[in-house]
Design a protein around this ligand. Sequence first.
Ligand code: 13P
Ligand code: SF4
Length: 381
Amino acid sequence: MDATGELKTFAVGLDNKSSQFVIPASFFYISSFNQPLDLAPWASDVRSLTNTAMATATLNYEPMVFAPKLGNEAPLTAIQEEVLALKKERNALILAHNYQIDAIQRVADYVGDSLGLAYKAEAADTDCIVFCGVHFMAETAKIVNPTKPVLLPDLNAGCSLSDSCPAAKLAAYKEANPNVYVVAYINCSAGVKALSDVICTSGNAMKIVGKVPADRDILFVPDQNLGQWVAKQTGRAMQLWPGSCYAHVLFTQQAIERLKLKFPDALVVAHPECTETVRDNADEVCSTEKMIGFCRDCDAQEIIVVTETGMIHRLQREVPNKTFIAGPTDTCACNDCRYMKMNTIEKLRDCLRDMSPQIEMPEDIRLKAYAPIKRMLEWSQ
Ligand code: 13P
Ligand code: SF4
């Protein structure tokens, strides 16, 4: 797509290493669900052939297996105790995303997914909020609760998915296509939120899309994988922005198939940011919050968790009697998000001590970004 919003067809290449369909980075396209991502006619045949052949290969690394975690948790460390003392002194609320390291999750007041964290941030009545997650999440907290200082332990904790939709490009697209109704996944900047009609998370995307007036053309930004999943589930045609999460697209079906040869009874739960093949073959596709309920309630004793590895800390705490196996890529037994892992317990301690770094944003952007978030919070009640 160029700045005038003209649609471009794009080529889909087959990456020899992973057999994933890769979109050349130079292309910037919009695709509609009714005219699905322009897969070459041979593509699905190659994909299934490749998966079958690869599944028979053995793993070239040891799987990362988390056995049932029974017994008491280890005592808190000195630095965790320091964080708790500072939290009390500052009258702070510590919010942590499910992908944070265990040391942070254990001192947080609330650990959850983007939706739960947004609600908690809005309701916070403490003197400040410390957001242990990535930048767009802390920005969301500031948007919904502007009078409180919002601290982020590392301001560089960004998000590849958020970066894949710059506000200026969305503004140009909207100018060329003024009638689109923009549904933005919460993984985007305040600038993009300010240009959107409604926000959604992986936990409420289906509900939100279902409420968009039927006569409007939806543009879903920035995650084409989540958008494609929602379009398939709801049957609602949508134009998809070509963004993706660098971490979730690394999971491959053939790596999961190889793992399943070792764990034939394991169920697979995957995040909707994963690619279509991974989603289509998973036993459940859901937000990180819903993974807790699925893993607790399903009959399986072993579950392959196809999302960022930090998720398993919370699963082990809340579903201690089951075995969790980290979702694999073609080259690695697990997959961390490099941005989520920028927050450390030391940085958390330091930001509470120094009341810095804080999220700042121009008030006009904040107000514009608040309207679609408010709509989401109301629509997803
Ligand atoms: P959840 O809202 O499902 O926790 O997802 C957030 C995220 O960044 C996934 O990569
Ligand atoms: Fe962004 Fe992906 Fe990291 Fe989630 S896992 S914060 S979508 S880069």
